[in-house]
Design a protein. Structure first.
Ligand code: ITT
Length: 195
């Protein structure tokens, strides 16, 4: 079964390919020119559906399954920010590094050096006849330091529960076992098996 990924994020593509072995996973940018998708819903779930539906429509094929991932980090000391705004926390066009340093700055403004936090991933699956969503979460702490260069996004400041290193420092295999994305994708696989 060919799965088309409705994402432009290279970190997500790398992780989803590694987590979906046995499936043919193709980023939509390999099939058409990337286009802007306005993610204007107020939940991860709805934004994932917006992306999957937009790519499904643009592909205009009868026999395709599209998968989208909408994800982000929620920090307790910031009342859950940046949440669904994680990709643009540092402003329009912000890079992963801009977002990371913006988050560190906001946590420091609260007068603390760490805070409990969690990642959320919503995965949407869109087929010619059906639409599904599943979720996964990973809990831990964010710190006001950048440690390691593994993973992507906010990983160099995120320490998963039960560890004392950031996802930037830990082996990829650990994130593969623990992550919000891997938990959501294991549920997605159960759905894909029924199609
Ligand atoms: P697409 O919409 O094209 O998929 P995006 O990067 O805009 O790409 P999102 O809107 O879902 O994707 O934003 C996700 C944000 O959350 C982005 O800033 C990521 O860096 C961050 N994020 C999500 N999962 C992450 C992970 O596993 N590790 C680190 N950061 C993550």
């Amino acid at each position: 079964m060919k799965l088309v990924l409705a994402t432009s994020n290279k970190g997500k593509v790398r992780e989803i390919k590694a987590l979906m072995q046995g499936y043919e996973v193709v980023p939509y940018s390999e099939l058409m020119k990337e286009f802007e998708i306005i993610e204007d819903a107020d939940t991860f779930k709805e934004n994932a559906l917006i992306k999957a539906r937009a790519v499904f429509k643009a592909l205009n094929e009868d026999d395709v399954v599209v998968i989208a991932d909408d994800s982000g980090i929620s920090v307790d000391v910031l009342d859950g920010a940046p949440g669904i705004f994680s990709a643009r926390y540092g402003g329009e066009g912000a890079s992963d590094k801009d977002n990371l340093y913006k988050l560190i700055g906001e946590i420091k403004k609260k007068g603390v050096e760490s805070s409990p936090a969690h990642y959320t991933a919503a995965i949407a699956i869109v087929t010619p006849t059906s639409q599904y969503t599943v979720h996964g979460w990973m809990y831990g702490d964010v710190i006001t330091q950048v440690r390691g260069d593994g993973g992507f996004g906010y990983d160099p400041m995120f320490i998963p529960l039960g560890y004392d290193k950031t996802l930037g420092e830990l082996d990829d295999e650990i994130k593969k076992k623990l992550s919000h994305r891997s938990k959501a994708l294991s549920l997605a696989k159960e759905i894909l098996q029924t199609l």
